[in-house]
Write a protein that binds this ligand. Structure first.
Ligand SMILES: CCCCCCCCCCCCCCCC(=O)SCCNC(=O)CCNC(=O)[C@H](O)C(C)(C)COP(=O)(O)OP(=O)(O)OC[C@H]1O[C@@H](n2cnc3c(N)ncnc32)[C@H](O)[C@@H]1OP(=O)(O)O
Length: 337
C-alpha cells in the first residue's frame, strides 16, 4: 500500500486513523447533520442496500399471499414445505431444488470461499495472490470469525441446541410423533428427548408447535450483507465515488473515514479488480434470489421477520458498532481501511 499522505482539505486536519492499529489515515471533515452521517448508522447507500432485505421479504410473502392457488399442493407448516411436494407451485418451492441443496445448505462455505477469493486477489488488501497476512486481511478475517461465531451459535450449536432450536422450544415447540407413525415402530423416548430439529428428524418425529426462526433468511441476509459490506467501499472508491462512512474518534469527534494512499490504490484496482469482486457479486446475487424464493414459498411471516432481525443485529454489531466505538474498531477494523 502506498505511503503517500492525502492532502487534507483547507478546513480539515489529518490525524492518525483507527488509532495506531489500522495503518491508514483519515481526513477529518465535519460531517453534515444528516442521520446518515451518524457513525452507528448506515450511510445513505448502505441504507438503500439494506432496505432491499425487508423489501424482498415483503415482496415474496405478498406474492404467495395474493396470487391465486397455483397448484393442488398446499403449504404445510408442519412439514415446512408444499405437500404433496411433486405438485409444489414452483421448482424453487421444493426442498430438493439444486440451489437449496448445494448453495444455501452450504451457504457458509460459499461465503467463506467468496470472501477469501476477494481478500487474496484484490489489491486493496495486499499484493494479489500473495498469502501475506496484511492488516486488512487479518481484520477482514476477524470480522468473518465474528460472523461465523454468530452463524454457528444461531444455527448449529450453542452450548447444546442452537439458538434457533432453543427459541423454538421456548416458544412452545417440541418434537412430536407424526400422525402416520403411531404404529409403535418409532422410539417414543428418542422423540421426547429430542432438543433440536435435527435430532427430531433423526428420531422420526416432527418439529412442530413453536416459532421456527428461518435459518435460510438468517443465513442469506447475514452472509450476503457481510460480502457486499466488505466489497462496497472498494468498489465505490474504484469508481471515484465519495466515501461517506463516518467514525467516532477516541476524543469523541465524528470524522469521515478516508484511507491513505487512495489514488495509488485506485489505479491498481482498476487494473486488477476483476474476478474477485465479480465472484462476490455473483454469490450475493444468487443469495438474493434464494431469499426471494424463501420469502415466497417457505415459513410464516413471523419466522422470516425473526430471521431478518437476528441477522441485522449481527450485521450492525460487526459493521456499524466498530465505527462508533474505537475499542471495537481496534479489533474488527472497517472494510477498505
Ligand atoms: C492471512 C493469511 C491467513 C490465511 C488463513 C485463512 C483462514 C481461512 C479459514 C478457512 C476455514 C474454512 C472454514 C469454512 C468453515 C465453513 O464455512 S464450513 C460450513 C459449511 N456448512 C455450511 O455452510 C452450512 C450452512 N447451512 C446452514 O447453516 C443451515 O443449513 C441453514 C442454511 C441455516 C438452514 O437451516 P434449516 O435447518 O434448513 O432451517 P430453515 O431455514 O428454518 O428451513 C426449514 C426447512 O425449510 C426448507 N427451506 C427453507 N427455505 C427453503 C428454500 N428457499 N428452498 C428450499 N427449502 C427451503 C429447508 O430445506 C428446511 O427443510 P429440512 O431440511 O429441515 O427438511
Amino acid at each position: 500500500m502506498s505511503a503517500r499522505r492525502k492532502q487534507p482539505p483547507r478546513n480539515a486536519k489529518t490525524v492518525s486513523a483507527t488509532e495506531t492499529t489500522i495503518k491508514s489515515t483519515m481526513d477529518i471533515q465535519t460531517p453534515n447533520d444528516s442521520i446518515f452521517a451518524h457513525p452507528l448508522l448506515p450511510t445513505q447507500t448502505e441504507a438503500i442496500l439494506l432496505s432491499l432485505y425487508p423489501a424482498t421479504l415483503i415482496l415474496g410473502s405478498l406474492f404467495t399471499t395474493l396470487s391465486p392457488p397455483l397448484s393442488n399442493s398446499t403449504y404445510s407448516p408442519t412439514h415446512q414445505s408444499y405437500q404433496p411436494a411433486a405438485f409444489a407451485p414452483s421448482y424453487f418451492a421444493q426442498k430438493r431444488n439444486i440451489f437449496n441443496v448445494y448453495f444455501v445448505k452450504l451457504g457458509w462455505l460459499w461465503t467463506t470461499f467468496a470472501l477469501l477469493v476477494f481478500l487474496f486477489t484484490h489489491p486493496a488488501h495486499g499484493r494479489p495472490l500473495s498469502l501475506a497476512p496484511t492488516a486488512q486481511r487479518l481484520r477482514a478475517l476477524a470480522r468473518w470469525t465474528a460472523a461465523t461465531g454468530l452463524w454457528y451459535l444461531t444455527t448449529q450449536w450453542c452450548f447444546g441446541p442452537a439458538l434457533i432450536d432453543r427459541s423454538f422450544v421456548l416458544s412452545g415447540g417440541a418434537c412430536a410423533l407424526r400422525a402416520a407413525d403411531k404404529r409403535g415402530d418409532i422410539e417414543i423416548s428418542k422423540i421426547k428427548s429430542a432438543s433440536s430439529a435435527v435430532q427430531c428428524k433423526i428420531a422420526g418425529g416432527t418439529w412442530s408447535g413453536g416459532i421456527d426462526i428461518s435459518g435460510h433468511v438468517f443465513l442469506l441476509v447475514l452472509a450476503s450483507a457481510l460480502l457486499w459490506l466488505e466489497v462496497l467501499p472498494v468498489v465505490l472508491r474504484a469508481r471515484g465515488l465519495r466515501e461517506d462512512r463516518t467514525v467516532r474518534d477516541d476524543d469523541g469527534t465524528v470524522i469521515h473515514a478516508v484511507p491513505e494512499g487512495q489514488a495509488e490504490r485506485e489505479k491498481a484496482e482498476v487494473e486488477v479488480s476483476g474476478w474477485g469482486v465479480k465472484f462476490v457479486v455473483g454469490v450475493v446475487a444468487l443469495m438474493w434470489w434464494m431469499l426471494l424464493m424463501t420469502a415466497a414459498f417457505f415459513h410464516t411471516w413471523s419466522e422470516k421477520l425473526m430471521g431478518l432481525i437476528v441477522a441485522f443485529t449481527g450485521v450492525w454489531a460487526i459493521y456499524f458498532l466498530p465505527r462508533g466505538v474505537p475499542a471495537v474498531r481496534q479489533i474488527l477494523g472497517m472494510p477498505g481501511l
